[in-house]
Ligand binder design. Structure first.
Ligand code: AHR
Length: 852
């Protein structure tokens, strides 16, 4: 395929003007411009488009070019490759100043597509076009009639979307020696050019001309093409564009919104679980984070006391807890204190009027006597809460206490948990501790439960599903470190824990399969359960003849989730405290198996899991993590990550033409990875634009979830995340607020919508629900867009609200500035079904309109 490389504007300046004085840009007043060709394309039938300018240049439709609904007047020209409309001879003298404009609506944004051109003998005299090299609109001219000529390309800043009407205007100003492109009346770029040659061939609509032949056909619609002699002044170009519009077609029926339309995805990454949503405050509770030293623990030896701590395997609590924390008290004078202290996950949060639940196992060796005191205290020794624990006994026993803080204290994080004795009778003695645990009040007061502020934030997203437990975390690097669910259930002290080899830290698995399923339930979401499928991140593939036990594990896992309490694993679930089956409908086989280049996923892994699960649980829907041909999955999980918001916004149209007959799709992970540790407003707007496409395609895309959901800001495994926190404070990123806004305003059914003009930066989706119309509009441009909103099929609007998220595109939220970017809501008055609304620069707006 040939490539056209045009010199950049700066090079053009050198080529054309290097030996001359600089071009006199803006030196002359705007040229007067006369309409010399105007094709309204309102015939709607036949093979001729009349020239209403009086210039006498009708166009002939060729190759089967036809008619479609217009944007200016009733009809427009509809073209696909090899179809165009052309005059019999030249219309524009391209050696002089001229202007050309056209409304265009692309069916696809692939390849070069030229909307209006005029043929030379080798190349077109100009190209009003979409360029494949940039994916943007352009007004292009070559300096002379040859493919060897330098070219000047005035390029749009906007990236076109399919299905949107844009007004493109190209202006060649011979006096100023410039080429300019306008989109929807707004100047995009002006570049220097001197091209004093006249194209002598026909004016063509729907194609260009290159290398002596027609090329660059358009797929889409073109309307109201105008040609002017002279450079049309900017205010006239703005007037041509008029006020943009968004029409919501409530007179048409779109797809139903799925209960899973917006979901969440959680895995152990960035200390999302341990040190995150799992509310445990003691770090290294199981003493397995290091085999060489009791990390995050320290010896307390105050006021003359002398004590030491060490990991000890000589006094195991049980087989799952083979290591205990040995405290050796060398000396303990009266008034002194000796014991153990834990620093928590970058501090232990202390808040006023809060009751914390402490539990631990301990045993005393010979010579260790006296009461223990447990306390929450600051690093400088201020005690916020304390409790006395009876003298520990010689055998292992479990001890509990509650620690309650006073009302008047402030909230702080620079604290630690201390368990110590001041009894001189302990001097010279030894004690052992294991599974020391401290929980604050949890969400829904669930034992072994979840951190309340994080759960409140996640619940506010109204997730329809929770995809768990990963991600790379599910797969692990090796067969020894994948998420082996059977090791993550039962009493926490019986869980061995495992190395989170995907993200490089120890997972104590207090947050195990049951907790993931319960989390979904507490959020009112259905779990989407991803099962390990015999592939690990280091490329290990379980051979076909060894895969059966893994398939059986998946069947057992599903039975644990939904089997009756009389079944083997359902009984285990009941014993773990949850007799009722969970609300499971979807099971995902593996994660991102396109990375397995061996072909095993399609070859035998997916089929073996699919067949076994479908046979045992025919009601379950099976999600594949990549395309497969060996079986037909119910749903395919697609992931989208890019550091460029434009790319993710552009993906809004990926599913527009996907077959509605299935399989369905889920976007199990997506994010614009811009901003750290959580994203920018520009990232959020790119994602919101993407989500308009996900919602609009609800007929084939069952839902989407951002990834990763959580990050402890002290422990970054992944660049850009949704909700950030330390031990005390949590905050939502702009992406979080965008998702909340969209989740808060989800109707039952999509109302198809049409964008015309505006500022070329708009994305929109509308849904309706019993007397309410929700219209979400993303303006990714740097200028406000005022458009006429039109609700077709609705008599009037009787008020509503506009919720707006806007600001500096580079702005982010943080622990210290948690709401630097946050939405604001204002009331709207009553109006007819058509009203004018301004969507601010760099914004997501959700209009909730009463239309009943
Ligand atoms: O979301 C972070 C990671 O990205 C997930 O673990 C993995 O599935 C993807 O590659």
């Amino acid at each position: 395929m040939r490539r056209r490389i045009f010199a950049p504007a700066i090079a053009l300046t050198l080529v054309f003007f290097g030996a001359q004085s600089a071009p006199a840009r803006n030196a002359s007043p705007p040229s007067s411009a006369a309409l010399i060709g105007h094709w309204a394309f309102d015939e709607g039938t036949g093979t001729t488009a009349a020239d209403s300018s009086g210039g006498g240049h009708p166009l002939t439709l060729q190759g089967g070019a036809s008619w479609t609904k217009g944007v200016a007047g009733p009809s427009a020209l509809a073209v696909t490759p090899q179809q165009d409309a052309a005059s019999s001879g030249p219309v524009i003298d391209t050696s002089k100043s001229f202007t050309v404009s056209a409304w265009v609506n692309l069916a696809s944004t692939n390849g070069y597509q030229t909307f209006v051109s005029e043929d030379g003998s080798q190349v077109s005299g100009f190209y009003l076009q979409l360029r494949a090299d940039t994916g943007r609109f352009a007004f292009t001219r070559l300096a002379y009639d040859s493919t060897a000529a330098y070219g000047a390309v005035a390029t749009s800043s906007i990236i076109p979307q399919p299905g949107v009407w844009y007004l493109l205007t190209g202006v060649y100003d011979a006096a100023a020696q410039t080429n300019s492109l306008y989109v929807d009346g707004a100047l995009q770029q002006t570049v220097p050019i001197l091209a004093p040659w006249s194209a002598t061939g026909p004016l063509a609509v729907g194609r260009g001309f290159y290398n002596g032949a027609p090329t660059d056909w358009v797929s889409g619609a073109i309307d109201d093409v105008r040609a002017y002699s002279g450079a049309l002044p900017a205010q006239d170009i703005r007037a041509l564009a008029g006020t943009g519009s968004i029409t919501v077609h409530e007179d048409q029926v779109g797809p139903a919104i799925n209960p899973t339309q917006f979901g969440t995805f959680l895995e152990e990454i960035n200390h999302s679980g341990d040190g995150g949503v799992y509310a445990e405050l003691v770090r290294n509770r199981d003493l397995k984070e290091s085999t060489s030293s009791p990390v995050y623990w320290s010896a307390v030896q105050d006021s003359g006391a002398s004590a030491a701590i060490a990991l000890d395997t000589s006094q195991p609590l049980d087989s799952a807890s083979p290591v205990s924390l040995k405290l050796s008290v060398a000396s303990l004078p009266a008034g002194g204190r000796a014991g153990i202290a834990n620093d928590g996950y970058w501090g232990v949060p202390v808040t006023p009027a809060t009751t914390y639940h402490l539990s631990f196992y301990a045993r005393a060796g010979a010579g260790f006597a006296g009461l223990l005191t447990a306390s929450l205290e600051s690093s400088s020794g201020r005690v916020f809460a304390s409790a006395t624990i009876p003298a520990i006994t010689a055998g292992w026993a479990r001890y509990t206490a509650t620690l309650t803080t006073a009302k008047g204290i402030g909230s702080t994080l620079d604290n630690r948990l201390v368990i110590a004795t001041s009894s001189p009778a302990a001097a010279g003695g030894t004690a052992w501790f294991a599974m020391v645990s401290l929980f604050p009040p949890t969400y829904d007061s669930t034992p072994n439960g979840l951190r309340a502020d994080l759960m409140q934030k996640i619940a506010a997203l109204h997730p329809g599903f929770l995809r768990v437990p990963g991600g790379n975390y599910l797969e692990g690097q090796t067969l020894a470190t994948y998420f082996n669910w059977k090791n993550t259930i039962g009493p926490v002290q019986d869980r061995p824990g495992h190395q989170d080899s995907a993200w490089g830290y120890w997972s104590q698995d207090g947050m195990g399969l049951l907790e993931y399923l319960e989390m979904a339930e507490e959020l009112g979401a259905q779990p989407i359960l991803a099962v390990f499928a015999g592939y690990t991140l280091n490329g290990t593939v379980v051979p076909q003849d060894q895969l059966a036990p893994y398939v059986q594990d998946a069947l057992d896992e599903i039975q644990y989730a939904i089997g009756p309490a009389t079944s083997t694993w359902g009984a285990m679930r009941a014993a773990d405290g949850h007799p009722a089956p969970f609300d499971l409908h979807y099971v995902e086989i593996g994660n991102e198996d396109s990375f397995d280049r061996s072909g095993s996923y399609n070859g035998y892994r997916f089929p073996m899991f699919y067949d076994a699960i479908k046979a045992a649980y025919p009601q379950l829907k099976i999600i594949a993590t990549t395309n497969v041909t060996s079986r037909t999955p119910d749903v395919i999980d697609d992931h989208y990550y890019s550091g460029n918001p434009d790319v993710i916004a552009g993906d809004a149209h990926v599913y527009d033409n996907t077959s509605r007959s299935g399989p369905g799709h889920i976007v199990g992970e997506y994010a614009v990875t811009q901003g750290s540790p959580t994203g920018t407003l520009a990232a959020a707007l790119g994602e919101a634009a993407f989500l308009t496409g996900i919602e609009r395609n609800a007929g084939i895309v069952i839902g989407a979830s951002y990834a990763p959901l959580l990050i402890n800001v002290n422990a970054q495994s992944w660049p850009t995340n949704l909700i950030g926190y330390n031990g005390l404070v949590s905050y939502g990123s702009p992406s979080y607020y965008a998702q909340r806004m969209l989740g808060d305003s989800l109707g039952d059914v999509v109302a198809p919508s049409q964008i015309v003009g505006g500022n070329g930066n708009l994305w929109a989706v509308a849904t309706t629900k019993s007397g309410t119309t929700y219209l979400a509009v993303v303006n990714r441009g740097g200028t406000a867009a005022t458009v006429d909103v039109s609700l077709a099929g609705v008599p009037a609007v009787s008020g509503g609200t506009a919720t707006v998220l806007t600001g500096n595109p580079t702005a982010m939220n943080s622990v210290t500035h948690p709401t630097a970017v946050a939405p604001a809501t204002e009331k709207l008055g009553s109006s007819g079904p058509v009203f004018r609304h301004t969507f601010p620069a760099n914004s997501l707006t959700v209009l909730a309109l009463s239309t009943g």
